[in-house]
Design a protein around this ligand. Structure first.
Ligand code: NAP
Length: 264
């Protein structure tokens, strides 16, 4: 494995499960110093356990609720102090809740927007001062295939991911002169905690989802949550490693879809 992240300091949210966990391990394997953040300590403990045999980088953990302003400020401040700065921010934390749109409560709408979109904003806002000091900062955000391809029963989720798409472009333009790059990934059909339990309504018309299936075989996954027909979270982690490293040095203000061609 290359050492592309030697001396690079990284915060990753959603790092207790799925793609955030796989990305944490991938960057540690390439030499990064990672502060892995998630809303529950249990998932972070599993990530830390796996990181112990991953090296040569290092990983510590921090509980954060990305939808809570003071929790984010405390987390980013603590991580910046521990690492001595931040070079890379990966915003993988997210939640998926499904419902018929006419039955979606305002409380649920606000919760999904609050975690996915506002959470991404809060992390970016608080990390930007340290990323500016870095001079070669990178922000990787999580959009979704649902942002631009219709996904029924996911109105709030899709809207939050469309918002992240737009936010990424704005940040990329606004902070380019500070040496900060901002990119989005748009995964689809990736086995994770989220896709193991998408919670579609019991009377959902599944014919739509039958049309958006990967057209290529995924590599075998070493993830705990392996789902037939889907790729493992490592498929996204490898792309994030490219985007966040100097291999992605000329990429900003755009997104990469990682879905096995499901949404061509
Ligand atoms: P996952 O396994 O559920 O991982 C998401 C992690 O974020 C979980 O550990 C989750 O904790 C955590 N989280 C939830 N709310 C949080 C909060 N308020 N503060 C901090 N952490 C919080 O799902 P994943 O698929 O790896 O998701 C990673 C990202 O990929 C998400 O942004 C998701 O929307 C995006 N994505 C995934 C797919 C896919 O096919 N898997 C497709 C498109 C986009 P809990 O488990 O306790 O909720």
């Amino acid at each position: 494995m290359d050492n592309r992240f030697e001396n690079r300091r990284v915060i990753i949210t959603g790092a207790g499960s799925g793609i955030g966990q796989a990305t944490s391990l991938r960057l540690v394997a390439e030499g990064a110093a990672v502060v892995a953040c998630d809303v529950h300590q249990e998932g972070l403990d599993r990530t830390a356990e796996r990181a112990r045999t991953t090296g040569p980088g290092s990983l510590s953990t921090h509980v954060v609720d990305v939808s809570d302003e003071s929790s984010v400020t405390e987390c980013v401040g603590a991580a910046t102090e521990e690492l001595g700065g931040i070079d890379i921010l990966v915003n993988a934390a997210g939640i998926l809740r499904s419902a018929h749109t006419h039955e979606l409560s305002l409380k649920e709408w606000n919760r999904i927007i609050g975690v996915n979109l506002t959470g991404t904003f809060l992390m970016i806002r608080d990390a930007i001062p340290a990323l500016k000091v870095s001079g070669r900062g990178v922000i990787v955000n999580f959009s979704s295939t649902s942002a631009t391809f219709a996904h029924p029963y996911m109105a709030a989720y899709a809207a939050s991911k469309g918002g992240i798409w737009s936010l990424t472009h704005t940040v990329a333009a606004e902070y380019a002169k500070d040496g900060i790059r901002a990119v989005s990934v748009a995964p689809g059909s990736i086995s994770s905690g989220m896709t193991a339990a998408p919670g579609l309504p019991s009377d959902a018309d599944l014919s739509h989802y039958a049309r958006v299936q990967p057209v290529i075989e995924a590599l075998p996954s070493d993830a705990d949550l392996s789902i037939p027909g889907m790729a493992g979270p490592e498929a996204v982690a490898g792309v994030i490693a490219m985007l966040a490293s100097d291999d992605g040095a000329f990429i900003t203000g755009t997104e990469i879809r990682i879905d096995g061609g499901a949404h061509m």
